[in-house]
Design a protein around this ligand. Structure first.
Ligand SMILES: [Zn+2]
Length: 533
């Protein structure tokens, strides 16, 4: 019987791993590299956790899925809502495997909440709540008895020490669950995702770069732990197995964050019901053409007033839930005058029904030409319309414009609130590491080449490749291909023809046909099925 194990490492990047492997600090990964085909895994064109995990699990681009990022924006009712597993309209790998009677286990993958029925078990991943996190539902009680929790309680930018030790504890707990499930049941397909590598790298990159004596090893220690636990997880698999290690995107140093909504507001593309004092000072600076360093005297008074106000009203203690902040964001916008809004990083929605491409082209040009005010460096590789990057039935639900930044730059969608900010943030106080396009890929198994390098794999290729390993037909609408080059030339997997199936279309047609049937016909059909007609 064929078995496949996928180990997903969020934000896994050879930039970080390879130096540690060379120093002999990651023995399991070194052993895997020697016995695998390995290299870069190109993420989707919008290389964020959402939608990258879903692009992996469906083999499809976001236009066929219907969402990117953590938030979606409804142009009709001007509402902002949190993306969940229900936002992605496609079958995932485990749905297809389950239909063929194969038993699946899926642990900790982002965007799997609320959990759906699978032929096996599913434990949801971040950023959603810990409650109601399993399929079947009774599994939740069992795993929580072992202290299982998805999300860390401590904030990495505030309680660094507590957060680091909590993350190590949670990584151990997540792996222990994986090992326990693998030992308990015989899965055909098992997928274990480690998410906490992502926040550790975001927050401790600068400490790693600077060789900080206190936190400089936080990332290295995290990888050593992951390496150790991968070894133990592999030991828990019975018999021969195909192992794929992959990540949703890569990681790199952050050079600066750009507050996109604030800039849109200052440029007149986004209008608020009220303006704060500090925003006004930034507006004055931009309007009068003052250089960036002049922001300080202009906003100093604003800062003092805001800090005084916060201390007086104890605002810091009343931090709202993220959802509340986002709904307030929508309420604060003056929709009549607003043309553009960003609800997620590196992307924007055009909020007016306007075919005036003039303003769009002007906006695109302005963003393309943005430069780092300190170094003069170009910060944007390109700005693309969604139809230039993606295609599919749900394209209309995606943000209209996607910014592809130069490495290290992030366009933040921070909601505009009463407290004002500068457009650029070079402090690296929150994120000092950010995402990059290339994640990691390693494939190992009976018919897979050993110790060879490939840089041809994309995140869309893993579903077709795994279905091919199982000998199952591949839906025709996947965007990836079977990575035939990873198999030994004379192996059966290299020679076996790739089979495609119009499964998705048939499934959708059946669903649409059912929808068309009148209620009477449905009753008649049910009676017929029950043998009454
Ligand atoms: Zn990620």
């Amino acid at each position: 019987m064929v078995k496949v194990l996928v180990i997903g490492i969020d934000c896994g990047s050879w930039n970080v791993i390879q130096p540690l492997v060379k120093e002999g600090k990651l023995p399991t990964i070194k052993k895997l590299m020697d016995s695998s085909v390995w290299g870069n895994l190109k993420s989707c064109e919008y290389y964020y956790t959402s939608p990258a995990w879903k692009c992996y699990s469906t083999g499809k681009n976001p236009g066929k899925l219907g969402a990117i990022g953590w938030w979606s924006f409804d142009k009709n009712d001007k509402s902002i809502s949190l993306v969940s597993s229900r936002s992605f309209k496609s079958k995932e790998l485990w749905d297809i495997l389950g239909e063929h009677g194969l038993k699946c286990g899926i642990i900790n993958m982002p965007l799997t909440f609320p959990p759906k029925c699978v032929n096996g078990v599913l434990v949801t991943g971040p950023p959603h709540p810990d409650e109601g996190c399993t399929y079947p539902p009774d599994l939740e009680k069992e795993i929580k008895q072992d202290g299982y929790r998805i999300n860390p309680k401590f904030d990495l930018s505030i309680d660094k020490d507590k957060a680091i030790s909590e993350i190590a504890d949670l990584i151990n707990k997540h792996f222990l669950l994986g090992e326990k499930l693998l030992k308990k049941s015989d899965f055909d397909f098992f997928q274990h995702v480690i998410f906490l590598t992502d926040p550790i790298q975001h927050h401790f990159w600068k400490h790693m770069e600077e060789g900080d004596p206190k936190y400089g090893n936080a990332i290295e220690d995290c990888w050593k732990l992951v390496d150790l636990r991968i070894g133990k997880l592999l030991d828990s698999v019975n018999g021969d197995c195909y192992t794929i290690i992959m990540s949703d995107h890569g990681a790199t140093a952050s050079k600066g964050a750009f507050r996109l909504n604030l800039w849109l507001n200052l440029r007149g593309y986004l209008h608020l019901r009220s303006h704060s004092f500090k925003n006004m000072t930034e507006r004055v600076r931009i309007k009068l053409g003052f250089p960036y360093h002049m922001r300080f005297p202009l906003s100093l008074l604003g800062n003092i007033l805001i800090k005084f106000g916060r201390a007086f009203f104890n605002i810091n203690q009343q931090r709202s839930a993220r959802e509340k902040i986002r709904s307030t964001q929508a309420q604060n916008i003056l929709w009549k005058k607003t043309k553009v809004l960003s609800v997620d990083q590196d992307c924007m929605y055009i909020t007016v029904d306007d075919n005036d491409l003039g303003f769009e082209n002007e906006l695109i040009d302005e963003i393309r030409n943005l430069r780092n005010p300190k170094s003069g460096e170009k910060v944007v590789r390109d700005v693309k319309r969604k139809e230039e990057l993606f295609e599919g039935k749900y394209l209309h639900q995606l943000p209209d414009l996607i910014i592809i930044p130069e490495d290290g730059y992030t366009f933040m969608s921070t909601p505009l609130s009463g407290s004002a900010q500068n457009v650029w943030d070079f402090s690296r106080k929150g994120w000092s590491g950010t995402h990059s396009l290339n994640g990691i890929f390693m494939a190992n198994g009976p018919a897979i080449k050993r110790g060879e390098k490939t840089d041809e794999a994309t995140i869309y290729d893993l579903v077709p490749t795994i279905l091919h390993i199982f000998g199952l037909p591949i839906p025709t609408d996947v965007d990836g291909r079977v990575l035939k080059e990873i198999f030994e030339e004379n192996s059966e997997l290299a020679k076996r023809p790739v089979i495609y199936e119009k499964r998705e279309r048939k499934w959708q047609e059946a669903k649409e046909k059912k929808h068309r049937l009148s209620e009477e016909e449905q009753i008649a059909e049910r009676l017929k099925n029950l043998g009454y007609m």
